[in-house]
Design a protein around this ligand. Structure first.
Ligand code: UT7
Length: 363
C-alpha cells in the first residue's frame, strides 16, 4: 500500500498585529463584542505578497523534511486571494524556491483550499503520479477586505503554512477524506469585486463588498463539518474516542465548540489558535497543524482529524495517522524581510483607498 505522509511543516506568520482595539479606532465595534462572538483577539496583517509568504513557508517545510527543492514533483497552493490569476501562485513559489522539477497548481475552494489540496496531492501520491509534494495553504486577505464593514472586517487575517507530503509504505499518512459542498446556498458567502464578472464595469478589481449571512453560514458549517468528521471516522472504522487531536478550521470559537459537541469529540483534544490569528481562510488548518507540533500536542502515531468549511459552501474532513517524527530535521536560515509599518497603518491605507473609490455592486 502506497501512502502519503507529512514529513515537513513550516509557517510564515507576518509580524504586524491588528488588535480588536485597533479595529475599534475606525469601526463601530469593540473588543467585548468580537471576543464573545468569535473568540478572536487579534490577527496579522501581511507586508509580504502571498507568494513571498508561500515561499518562506515552503523553505521552512522543506528544511523540516530535509528535502531539496528540486526533489519536489508537485506544488499545490490552496488559496482564494492570489497575487494574480495568471500565472498562478504555485508557479510563483516554484520559481522562488527553485523547485525546477515540480508541477504547480492552485486549488481554490476558499477556506477549505488547503484540505482539498491535501486530499488531491495524497491521491496523486497513492496513484504513483508523484512522490514528493508540497501543499500550501495561504491567504493575503487584508488588501481585499472591505474595511468599512464591521460584519466581516473583524473576522479575518493573513497567514500561510506549508506541508511536505511524501510517499511511504509505512502504515501512516492520510487515511481517509470526505469532500462536500452546499452549492445550493453558495450566495450566502459571496465577495463582490474579485473576478471577471466585474471587469469592464468601472470596478476597481479588489475593491470588495462582502455578502455574508453569518448565522446561516454558521449553521451550515457546523452540519457540514460534523457530517464530514463522522464520514471519515466511519471509513476508518473508528469512533470519536480514537481521535488524539482535532485540528479544525479556525473561523470562530463557537463554531469549533459546536462541531466538537455535535461529533461527540472533546475540546481537550482540539487545537485552537483562532484567538491569535482570526480566520485566515485556507491558512488556518496548516498553521494550526504546525503550531500543534511546535507545542508538542502531536505524538508519534497520533490520529489527527482535520476539518473545515468555506465559500461554496465547501466542507471537508481528513483523517491522518501521524508518523514517528514530530520535530523538524533542520531549520532554514532564510529570514523574513522587515516590516516598516504597523498593522493599523497598513489597514488605514486600504481604508483610504476604499473611501476614495465610491463604487457599488452590479445587479
Ligand atoms: O470561513 C467562513 C467564514 N464565515 C464565518 O465563519 C461566519 C460564521 N458566522 C459567524 O461567525 C457569526 O455569525 C458572526 C461572528 C459573523 C456573527 O455573530 P452572530 O452572533 O451571528 O451575530 P449577528 O450577525 O446576529 O449580529 C448581532 C448584532 C447585530 O446587531 P443587531 O441587528 O442585533 O442590532 C449586528 O449588527 O451584532 C451586530 N454586529 C456587530 N456589533 C459590533 C455585527 N458585527 C459587529 C461588530 N461589532 N463587529
Amino acid at each position: 500500500m502506497r501512502n502519503a505522509t507529512i514529513t515537513g511543516w513550516g509557517k510564515c506568520m507576518p509580524p504586524a498585529t491588528l488588535t480588536n482595539d485597533d479595529i475599534a479606532t475606525f469601526l463601530d465595534t469593540d473588543d467585548e463584542w468580537i471576543t464573545s462572538r468569535t473568540g478572536i483577539r487579534e490577527r496579522r496583517i501581511s507586508h509580504l505578497s502571498l507568494e513571498e509568504m508561500g515561499a518562506l513557508a515552503a523553505h521552512r517545510a522543506l528544511a523540516c523534511a530535509d528535502l531539496a527543492p528540486d526533489a519536489l514533483d508537485l506544488i499545490v497552493f490552496g488559496t482564494c486571494s492570489f497575487d494574480q490569476q495568471v500565472p498562478n501562485s504555485a508557479s510563483g513559489v516554484q520559481k522562488r524556491i527553485g523547485a525546477v522539477n515540480a508541477g504547480a497548481m492552485d486549488v481554490n475552494t476558499a477556506c477549505t483550499s488547503y484540505l482539498y489540496g491535501l486530499t488531491s496531492a495524497a491521491a496523486m501520491i497513492s496513484q504513483g503520479v508523484v512522490n514528493n509534494a508540497l501543499v500550501i495553504g495561504g491567504e493575503l486577505i487584508s488588501p481585499l477586505m472591505d474595511w468599512t464593514d464591521r460584519g466581516v472586517a473583524v473576522l479575518f487575517g493573513d497567514g500561510c503554512a506549508a506541508t511536505v507530503l511524501q510517499a511511504t509504505d509505512r502504515n501512516e499518512g492520510l487515511r481517509a477524506s470526505k469532500l462536500g459542498c452546499y452549492g445550493e446556498v453558495r450566495e450566502i458567502l459571496l465577495v463582490h469585486g474579485m473576478g471577471q464578472r466585474y471587469a469592464n464595469r468601472g470596478w476597481y478589481n479588489g475593491d470588495t463588498q462582502w455578502v455574508f449571512e453569518g448565522q446561516e453560514i454558521f449553521k451550515r458549517a457546523v452540519v457540514g463539518m460534523s457530517q464530514a468528521c463522522q464520514d471519515v471516522l466511519e471509513q476508518c472504522g473508528m469512533g470519536p474516542d480514537d481521535v488524539d487531536l482535532v485540528v479544525p478550521h479556525q473561523a470562530n470559537l463557537r463554531i469549533i465548540e459546536a462541531v466538537i459537541k455535535r461529533s461527540g469529540l472533546s475540546m481537550d483534544r482540539c487545537f485552537v489558535n483562532v484567538q491569535r490569528y482570526g480566520n485566515m481562510s485556507a491558512a488556518t488548518v496548516p498553521v494550526a497543524l504546525v503550531e500543534a507540533l511546535e507545542e508538542g500536542r502531536i505524538k508519534p502515531g497520533a490520529n489527527i482529524l482535520l476539518t473545515g468549511f468555506g465559500g461554496g459552501l465547501t466542507w471537508s474532513a481528513q483523517l491522518l495517522r501521524w508518523g514517528e517524527r514530530v520535530t523538524p530535521l533542520h531549520e532554514t536560515h532564510i529570514e523574513m524581510p522587515p516590516c516598516e509599518q504597523t498593522a493599523l497603518q497598513m489597514v488605514e491605507g486600504y481604508l483610504a483607498a476604499k473611501r476614495g473609490s465610491g463604487e457599488s455592486a452590479p445587479e
